[in-house]
Each structure stands twice: as structure tokens, then as C-alpha cells.
Design a protein around this ligand. Structure first.
Ligand SMILES: [Zn+2]
Length: 265
């Protein structure tokens, strides 16, 4: 920590804010070089704050920060893209906030993931330019790959048998499609038809523009949204459980090795 400069620059996208005291806010930012971090903007809720408007959820900004004892402090912020078209449309705002929340859930602090940063910007750019809602399925599939949870869609995720060109069960606890023989022991999931399976396979390697131009009717959109939602919930639940376990171990080791309680701002 000690060799890090006291002041640093980065660019990032604001994922969320929470207010602190009368006029301050803490922003969670996902950045190209620093990964995800929290920092405090002092006085940002005052009318005369120069950072006001440059630090808002779903704003991409150039940022300058000073290292703080517990939290770093924003010293400058300048908007690169405020995504005005997204902001003016409720549905697109909800989709963009959903993507930001997924990034927040699937990342840990100060772990760089430039691929995920580029993905988040590319989906926001696409939504800003009017891409259809199913673009979020592309985001989810790419996010799973970039965070180490790529779905197995080519062979059975349980026994690795070849999958026939037919409907198949997408089983979150197996981590992908399972064959008919493994279905009963797979822990459940959703049956996907051949078209839905093809769309998910296409999402892994396609360019975002090509995926945006796919024709996806309401039934297919509903099937894909439900299936990926199940997968993401399953992973998030497992992560929450392991986080609790880590917290518990940390708490026990503190009790055993230190006398003073940890300082909390
Ligand atoms: Zn199988």
C-alpha cells in the first residue's frame, strides 16, 4: 500500500451511490485500472459542488482521487458520457442499472477486470444507441465468462455426453445444459428449446452488434431471461454463502489474535 501514489487518476463508471451525513456521498465505481472501489465525495450534494452531475449512477467520468485512511476521496470528476438517451427512457434505465448491479455483485474490490469494464461500456453504448432489451442476455453470458462461470453448452455439463440437437435442461447447479440421462439428478432448471440454446451459444462469441440484430420474439425473450436469471441467482446465492463463511472465519481469527476491535468509519 505504501508505495502507491497519494493522488491518482482513473476513469470509471459509477455503479451506485449512498448518502452520508448532510452533504457527502459514497460512490461505488467500476474503473478500468483500479477495478471496483468505494470513495467519498465531500459536499457533493451541495448546490455549488463542482463534482455534482459528474458523479451519478450510470455516468462514465474521468476521476481524480486522494488516498484516504479508510476511504479514498474524490478530488475531481469530469463526465465522459452521461448516457442521456438511457436516462430519458425508463426501460433502458432499468436495464442499465441491472447490468451495473450485476457488475457490483460479481466483482470484488480492487480486482482489475478490464474485459468486464469494456463489456459494461459496450452494453451501455448499445443501449444508448437504441439496442433491443435482449442485448442484456449478451451481457449476462459474457459476464459469466469473464468472471469464471462460463456455462457448458456444448456437451452435458454432468457427464460430458454429446447433446443431440433437441431441447435440453439448463441446470444452474450443474453449470450448463444436461443430457436426458442426467436430468433427474441435476437439481432442476429450465427446459430450453433448440432456438434458445442456439442464441446462448451465439452470445458467447458474437460481436455485440450481431447479437443486437438477432430477431428475438417475446416467448424466446421470456425463456432466455428466466433461464439466465436462474443461473445468476444460483451463483450469487452460493457467493453470499461463501462470503458469510469467510466473514465468520475472519471474525473468529480476530477474536483469537487481536485485542482491539477493527476500526470502522
Ligand atoms: Zn449427462
Amino acid at each position: 500500500m505504501s508505495d502507491r501514489p497519494r493522488v491518482y487518476k482513473t476513469e470509471g463508471l459509477v455503479l451506485r451511490r449512498r448518502n452520508l451525513g448532510e452533504a457527502d456521498s459514497i460512490f461505488t465505481v467500476f474503473s478500468d485500472r483500479e477495478g471496483k472501489f468505494d470513495a467519498i465525495a465531500r459536499g457533493v450534494r451541495k448546490a455549488r459542488s463542482r463534482m455534482r452531475g459528474h458523479l451519478e449512477p450510470l455516468t462514465r467520468s474521468h476521476l481524480m482521487l486522494a488516498r484516504g485512511r479508510t476511504l479514498d476521496v474524490f478530488t475531481q470528476a469530469e463526465t465522459i458520457n452521461a448516457y442521456r438517451n438511457i436516462r430519458e427512457d425508463l426501460e433502458r434505465t432499468a436495464l442499465a442499472l441491472y447490468c451495473a448491479e450485476l457488475v457490483d455483485r460479481f466483482t470484488i474490490e480492487h480486482a482489475e477486470n478490464p474485459g468486464l469494464y469494456d463489456l459494461l461500456l459496450s452494453v451501455l453504448d448499445a443501449l444508448e444507441a437504441g439496442a433491443p432489451p435482449h442485448i442484456v442476455r449478451y451481457f449476462e453470458m459474457q459476464l459469466l465468462s469473464l468472471t469464471g462461470y462460463q456455462l457448458q453448452l456444448d456437451v452435458c455439463a454432468s457427464c460430458e455426453a454429446r447433446l443431440p440437437e433437441a431441447e435440453a435442461l439448463l441446470a444452474p447447479s450443474a453449470g450448463g445444459l444436461v443430457c436426458a440421462n442426467c436430468r433427474a439428478a441435476s437439481g432442476g432448471g429450465r427446459i430450453l428449446n433448440v432456438r434458445a440454446i442456439k442464441v446462448l451459444r451465439f452470445a458467447r462469441g458474437a460481436e455485440i452488434e450481431a447479437f443486437a440484430s438477432l430477431r428475438v420474439d417475446d416467448d424466446l425473450a421470456h425463456m432466455l431471461r428466466g433461464a439466465l436469471s436462474d443461473v445468476l441467482h444460483h451463483i450469487a446465492e452460493a457467493e453470499v454463502r461463501s462470503d458469510r463463511y469467510v466473514d465468520e472465519v475472519a471474525r473468529l481469527s480476530r477474536v483469537q489474535t487481536t485485542e482491539a476491535p477493527p476500526t470502522v468509519q
